[in-house]
Design a binder for this molecule. Structure first.
Ligand code: PDD
Length: 287
């Protein structure tokens, strides 16, 4: 089925949607993005993603392409037009195109941002076989730039990280900087020891995950113990269990780190419980 996508005010078949070759998103990775999941045809944590998008744009001195209400309407219309029950909506905003290549930012008065949205249909996303099996993780060095709190489209190294994981027979990679785990290639990272959930505190070193925020709130409400601090891969390898969070995979249990099996090698009880609670609560709050 040909998707209907959104580009700069128009809903078009994906085959007809076009962006300039001079677009700064294409030439300079001068662009930010969001991924919002859809469950039961409704948006999960739209508000959180809209607020983070605004923050990313502000940090890069980029214009907002439209209001939050317009953004919500576009998301909803794409879900409807593409008949999405479970899946994701990808949104990207770039600094636009001034018809040439220049390192200097174009004048925002004359060059408007480019906005693109498309859907990804993923039936069975909430009940994915991968989440029942759990993920095998390898560790890799974190060589990304220093503003990982801004959700830019500079995803080459995370892509390479996933390829390194694949080549090693694993599912994903956690990145390590100065001896401490920062985050996964496309998710936030946690381990559990003696019932306590350990995760890195927020800073410019990691993306401030929307799922992270919701999951930590739900964990607290469920009287689970949480400690936000730096941790090493060696600590995580000794964990009772581990997991990651992201809008595209919710709470994903981790069953192996650098070849060390965690617990009995199956998804741990805290990760499973948090996934359940997160999915239940998200469905209730979806809009
Ligand atoms: N990735 N850390 C990184 C580096 C990420 O790319 C992501 C999200 C997260 C989790 O953030 P959130 O809970 O807001 O999705 C953490 C998205 C899903 C992606 O690139 O597809």
């Amino acid at each position: 089925m040909t998707r209907t996508v959104y580009v700069n005010g128009e809903y078009l078949p994906e085959t007809e949607a076009k962006v300039s070759i001079f677009d700064r998103g294409f030439l300079m990775a001068d662009a930010v993005y969001e991924v919002t999941s859809v469950l039961g045809g409704k948006l999960i944590d739209f508000e959180g993603h809209a607020v983070r998008l605004k923050r990313s744009l502000d940090e890069l001195d980029m214009q907002e392409p439209c209001t939050k209400d317009e953004l919500l309407a576009i998301h909803r219309k794409l879900v409807e037009l593409n008949d999405i029950d479970e899946g994701m909506i990808y949104l990207q905003v770039t600094r636009g195109s001034d018809g040439d290549r220049d390192f200097v930012f174009p004048d925002p008065e004359t060059t408007k941002p480019t906005i693109v949205l498309f859907t990804q249909n993923k039936p069975g996303l909430a009940d994915s076989p991968a989440s029942k099996k759990g993920a095998k993780i390898i560790s890799i060095e974190d060589i990304r730039w220093g503003r990982r709190d801004i959700k830019t489209v500079q995803l080459l190294y995370p892509s390479m990280g996933k390829m390194m994981a694949k080549a090693a027979g694993a599912d994903d990679a956690w990145m390590v900087e100065d001896g401490y785990v920062t985050e996964g290639t496309s998710n936030n990272a946690y381990y559990v020891k003696n019932g306590k959930i350990i995760t890195r505190p927020l800073s410019n070193d990691i993306l401030h995950g929307i799922t992270r925020k919701a999951v930590l709130r739900l964990a607290q409400e469920a009287q689970m113990e949480i400690e936000e601090r730096l941790f090493t891969i060696d600590e995580a390898k000794e964990a009772d269990e581990a997991f990651t969070t992201s809008a595209s995979a919710f709470v994903m249990p981790v069953v192996e780190i650098d070849g060390a099996m965690l617990g009995d090698g199956t998804p741990g009880p805290i990760a499973k419980r948090l996934r359940e609670i997160y999915l239940d609560e998200s469905r209730k709050a979806a809009i």
